[in-house]
Design a protein around this ligand. Structure first.
Ligand SMILES: *Cc1c(COP(=O)(O)O)cnc(C)c1O
Length: 419
């Protein structure tokens, strides 16, 4: 493993890999097949599903960044999740968090329905549920921290400790923070999963996934399955994802600086009832976030005061936030989980998971934060004007409301200490 710092690894791994021409950027290898050097003498690569130089450079870089032994690049984040389930036999139990990514939840429950594994769903954010795990004797424990959309944390070290006692493997979906801000393998996890679609590629133009194993043995087994079931990623996708990965650290710095500013602004806003961001002191697991993360990430959620109509009016009057699902791209996206990402959930389960009608989730981009603040400000002011027409009439316009909002907000740039 390289002893270089992670930002350097992300920028430089695979640079000058082309010994033929000295291309600085690793060339794109689209060829599906490779000639044999001689009779019965295979070169490093023989067939594109089994191996490809672009995929390998991306896999090695991600493995280095996560502190793992081997990486496997898959076609989507979901195929990365699916790949890990190949380690389970039909009588093996998989423990999953009740609020894991909706697509993962759907996959795990459908595999269980077909008898391909046994499933136990627990709220892993609550330490008092951890004791149940040992009695369940799982083969694999699935983690996702912080969780979507209200950014609850799971204590990774506490779970890996219990897993060691009962001989279970632990896999962590690290999509929300990326290897720049959290490295679960260093906290005892065996397998890290990423939807590289999000922060790792970072430009909302490639769907992809990755699995990183802590040991060569586990990595080889997973790589064998990836080739066997044919879910390895495309060369061009790997090429683009590596290009995105080069700037991961600088992007994440800006994402989280902007997110922290927005979270503080929202916490002061008279139009907001609650803000969910691990970087805020008011977050119930703020101390845990400081222990196991190197930053607080770029996702912020909040409950707007009022009802679903207020949420709708607010969302549709924004100009610099795009109403869309997904996350982790350079552009700010805003979503209403109840009608978008979590619409498939039954209403009571959705409310139990904390996803009410007034919840709004932001994937904070790397735009100038003052433009983002101004946009939130004007949208809140419009909401206020619509609710109190007399106020607007008396004051002529919404400028007064805006100043009031501005003066209540004090920005403290305090994140640099974490880097
Ligand atoms: C998006 C996402 C996935 C699924 O990844 P795809 O690339 O969409 O297949 C899995 N886990 C998390 C946490 C995600 O955000």
């Amino acid at each position: 493993m390289s002893n270089k710092n992670k930002a350097t690894i992300a920028v430089r791994h695979g640079i000058e890999a082309d010994k033929h021409h000295g291309a600085v950027v690793p060339p794109l290898y689209l060829s599906t097949t490779y000639s044999f050097a001689d009779f019965d003498t295979k070169r490093q690569y023989d067939y594109g599903r089994s191996g490809n130089p672009n995929r390998d450079i991306l896999a090695e870089t991600l493995a280095e960044l996560e502190g793992g032994a081997k990486g496997i690049i898959t076609a989507t984040g979901m195929s990365a999740v699916h790949l890990v389930t190949q380690l389970l036999n039909s009588d093996d139990t998989l423990v999953i968090p009740h609020d894991c990514y909706g697509g993962s939840y759907r996959l795990f429950t459908s595999l269980e329905k077909r008898g391909l594994l046994k499933l136990k769903v627990l709220d892993l954010t609550q330490a008092n549920n951890h004791q149940q795990i040992a009695a369940i004797k799982p083969k694999l424990i699935w983690l996702e921290t912080p969780s979507n959309p209200i950014l609850r944390l799971t204590d990774i070290k506490a779970i890996t400790c219990i897993a060691k006692q009962c001989g279970a493997l632990v896999a962590a979906d690290n999509t929300f923070l990326s290897p720049a801000l959290q490295n679960p393998i260093e906290l005892g996890v065996d397998i890290v999963v990423h939807s590289t679609t999000k922060y790792i590629n970072g430009h909302s133009d490639v769907v992809g996934g990755a699995v990183i194993a802590a040991t060569h043995e586990l990595g080889d087994e997973l790589a064998w399955w990836a080739n066997n079931i044919g879910i390895t990623g495309a060369p061009f996708d790997s090429y683009l994802t590596l290009r995105g990965l080069r700037t991961l650290n600088v992007r994440l710095k800006q994402h989280q600086e902007n997110a922290f500013t927005l979270a503080q602004y929202l916490e002061c806003s008279p139009y907001v009832s609650q803000v969910y961001y691990p970087g805020l002191k008011s977050h119930p697991q703020h101390e845990l976030a400081k222990q196991q993360q190197r930053g607080f990430g770029g996702m912020v959620s909040f409950d707007i005061k009022g009802d679903i109509n207020d949420a709708a009016a607010f969302l549709t009057s924004l100009k610099d936030f795009t109403l869309a699902e997904s996350l982790g791209g350079v552009e700010s996206l805003i979503c209403h989980p109840a009608t978008m990402t979590h619409a498939g959930m039954e209403a009571t389960a959705r409310l139990n998971a904390g996803v009410g009608d007034t919840l709004i989730r932001i994937s904070v981009g790397i735009e100038d934060v003052n433009d983002l603040l101004a946009d939130l400000d004007q949208a809140f002011a419009q909401l206020n004007a619509a609710k109190s027409p007399t106020l607007t009439e008396q004051q002529g316009d919404v400028a007064e409301v805006k100043t009031q909002q501005d003066s209540s907000f004090k920005f403290t740039p305090a994140l640099t200490a974490l880097w």
